[in-house]
Design a protein around this ligand. Structure first.
Ligand SMILES: [Zn+2]
Length: 448
């Protein structure tokens, strides 16, 4: 094993042990770890404190020309909490290395990218690489709670430090079929809503014809689910990329890209590959998932108020007006009396717009070449992430932002979906090796 890979494993374990669980984050610990690691390799970097114990790190190899510029990152060092540590095979904050994997919270999302981007950057600087435009390394805090002290904070407070034309960050390079690697060109937006209902309080012993607010909330939940599954407008734009990238046969392609066949396709897919069915479902529509329901205070009182909180995810181009129109339709006869509001930040609310970068360009070709140097004959297939990442802040500013790394071809697709934020999160050492090389290759190809 290359020395730098051995070092990466140790660094990754240390970042896991730093336990930068957000909230509260306290990411300065990991930012300092990386600062120290870079210094050990004679790479200078600058730390920007965004709040007590929180901050971001920038290192740069200045370009000899004006452009194009490339950024590694924003790579976030914060991680999400662990609900049941006892369900894990190992202590989730031990950074244990076993069976060819580094185990622990954050290993996959996204500390392995932090580590491999740092290593690729070090290697380039050691070789005295002279990029065309600036090559910037950006490591950030707070991605898991909205980026307020991380990527967004840097763009607002130190825009000159994070100027770039293109960037690569989480997540991508996972094999979805032999020789076909998914990479992320965009992400869905979030428009979380609270829908409240009023009723008339009364005694639970005489419910005849009662105006029960909890009953309305329950009906609303069912109606929203049905609307999301069978009535909301569909698009196959993002599945077209997939069908094309996968070189599907005529019938399979039709099944995936014909809107009329989609319900049938999903029913079938759900039996064979439930996880894939969920992905396909989410890529074809705005999704609505009513996840919190609240109403009633006492078992013998007919409730006068109730609400449901709905996790709504929009595709690129679907704005708040679109959300409102379809929520009303979903609620049918209840829409008149339903009060719809954006979920407040205090209640965990969050709003962002779906966004995407170009699916093909000179830069995308460079990423593909970078991959082919490691896994010949592989091609990249554009994907939209159902979740939200820091990329959105950069895409808003016209940066071509992509989820890109390179997985061990043996890593199953289900890993990404079930291990990120899940139990037994881990990353294979081969993925660390591949990713390290692919970032290096990309800089050499695109900026060389
Ligand atoms: Zn992440």
């Amino acid at each position: 094993m290359e020395n730098s890979v051995k070092e990466s494993i140790v660094l990754l374990s240390e970042l896991i042990q730093n336990k930068c669980v957000n909230p509260p984050g306290n990411e300065m610990k990991s930012i300092q770890t990386i600062h120290r690691f870079l210094l050990e390799h004679d790479v200078e970097s600058q730390i920007f404190e965004s709040a007590p114990n929180r901050g971001n790190l920038v290192a740069r190899i200045p370009g000899k020309e004006k452009g194009p510029r490339l950024m590694f990152g924003p790579a976030h060092v914060d991680v999400v909490p662990v609900e049941n540590p006892n369900d894990w095979e190992v202590d989730p904050f031990s950074g244990t290395v076993k069976d060819g994997y580094v185990w622990g919270r954050g290993a996959l999302d996204m500390l392995y990218i932090v580590v491999t981007q740092v290593q690729a950057f070090i290697k380039l600087q050691k070789e005295n690489f002279q990029p065309k435009g600036d090559l910037t390394l950006l490591v950030v805090s707070d991605e898991e709670a909205g980026g307020i002290y991380g990527a967004e904070w840097m763009l607002k407070n130190h825009p000159e430090q994070v100027k770039t034309d293109f960037l690569v960050t989480e997540a991508g390079g996972l094999s979805i079929a032999p020789g076909k690697l998914a990479f992320m060109i965009g992400e869905k937006g979030g428009a979380w809503k609270r829908i409240s209902f009023k009723g008339t309080p009364g005694h639970g012993s005489m419910p005849f014809d009662s105006d029960n607010a909890a009953h309305k909330a329950a009906r609303a939940m069912i109606m929203i689910r049905e609307y999301c599954d069978s009535k909301i407008p569909l698009t196959t734009e993002y599945l077209n990329y997939l069908a094309k990238g996968l070189d599907l046969g005529f019938i399979q392609r039709l099944m995936l890209t014909n809107k009329r066949l989609l319900p049938f396709t999903l029913r079938n897919l759900k039996k064979r590959d439930p996880q894939m069915a969920r992905v396909v479902h989410s890529l074809t529509r705005m999704t609505l998932s009513p996840n919190i329901v609240q109403g009633g205070t006492k078992v013998n009182v007919i409730p006068a108020t109730s609400y449901i909180d709905v996790d709504i995810r929009t595709l690129p181009g679907q704005d708040d007006k679109y959300v409102g129109i379809h929520l009303k339709k979903a609620l049918g006869d209840l829409s008149e009396e339903a009060k719809i509001e954006s979920l407040s930040v205090e209640a965990g609310g969050f709003t962002s717009y779906g966004n995407a970068s170009l699916a093909s360009s000179e830069f995308v070709t460079a990423m593909e070449k970078a991959v082919q140097q490691e896994q010949p004959d592989s091609v990249l297939v554009p994907f939209i992430m159902p979740g939200v990442s820091d990329c959105r802040f950069f895409r808003e500013r016209g940066v071509g932002a992509y989820g890109f790394s390179l997985f061990d071809p043996e890593t199953p697709m289900s890993h990404l979906a079930s291990l990120a934020h899940g139990t037994d999160e881990r990353i294979s050492i081969k993925t660390i090796e591949f990713s390290q090389r692919v970032y290096y290759n990309l800089a050499k190809i695109f900026l060389g």
